[in-house]
Design a binder for this molecule. Structure first.
Ligand SMILES: [Cu+2]
Length: 261
């Protein structure tokens, strides 16, 4: 289910009606795949998209939060009760402090995607210098200078927490004012949602025959054969897209871009 978020205007998507319906969810939420720590469980707080938090000190907290995007009650991994997580607005040249509290029943983390920072602050458990993740009940303080400007995002780097809602946008205002004027600044976050346990989805992905090297190699050979007759501009998608005569590709529900991985 695709969702489009405009933080200052609310949720705009095909699922809007159901999303808004879902915000009224409460009460019994049983049989869910995420096994949330119910003592910290909350309800999705934002009706109008995520909050925008501004400044140099931020308090972020993870908690399982009741959502209903599709008509089914589920738990998401929310940050400050919000999916997507709050938009963080930083200023180039500032030093930011981000206190991240873990109210989940499992370890968590935040990775600052695309941000130039010391390795110890990068937030990838067991890869970032000395960072082992944030244990349940703990608060970890990230602190680093903001050396760039632009639009980025942040997300959990633990388990499937990102897939279940733990992601948000970062907007870094430049040190010098922009050389153009505008009336309003919008941040668009695109994501998708499945009611299915992401572990179950992952297990199935690993079993799809298309993920095997031999199948991919066969697709590449088919594409090479078909692209010979289709002209030099044909790429893999053009060769195996919706109008492709390739029997393997036409039996699929979406265009296939063969990769050897
Ligand atoms: Cu990332």
């Amino acid at each position: 289910m695709s969702k489009l978020y405009l933080p200052q205007r609310g949720v705009v998507s095909l699922s809007r009606r159901r999303f808004v319906q879902g915000l009224a969810v409460g009460g019994a939420l049983l049989g869910l795949g995420m096994r949330p720590n119910l003592s910290h469980a909350g309800r999705l707080r934002t009706r109008m998209g995520p909050q925008v938090l501004k400044g140099s000190r931020f308090d972020l907290s993870y908690s399982p939060t009741a959502v209903n995007f599709t008509g089914k009650d589920r738990f998401a991994t929310a940050i400050n009760g919000s999916v997507p997580a709050p938009v963080l607005r930083w200023k180039e040249g500032d030093t930011v402090t981000l206190n991240v509290t873990n109210n989940l029943a499992e370890d968590t983390s935040i990775h600052w995607h695309g941000i130039i920072l010391p390795s110890a602050q990068d937030g990838v458990p067991n890869i970032s210098d000395g960072f082992r993740g944030i244990r349940p009940g703990e608060t970890f303080s990230y602190r680093f200078p903001v050396l760039q400007n632009g639009t980025y995002w942040y997300h959990s780097h633990s388990g499937f927490q990102e897939q279940t809602g733990a992601y948000g946008a970062i907007v870094i205002d430049p040190r010098e004012p922009e050389p153009f004027s505008y009336d309003r600044d919008y941040v668009v976050v695109l994501s998708d949602w499945s009611d299915e346990d992401p572990n179950a989805i992952y297990a199935k992905l690993k079993k799809l025959p298309t993920t095997t090297t031999s199948t991919n190699a066969r697709l590449v050979r088919q594409w090479l054969r078909s692209s010979k007759g289709a002209g030099a501009d044909s790429g893999p998608t053009a060769g195996c897209g919706t109008r492709c005569a390739c029997p393997t590709a036409t039996s699929r529900t979406s265009p296939v871009t063969p990769t050897l991985s």
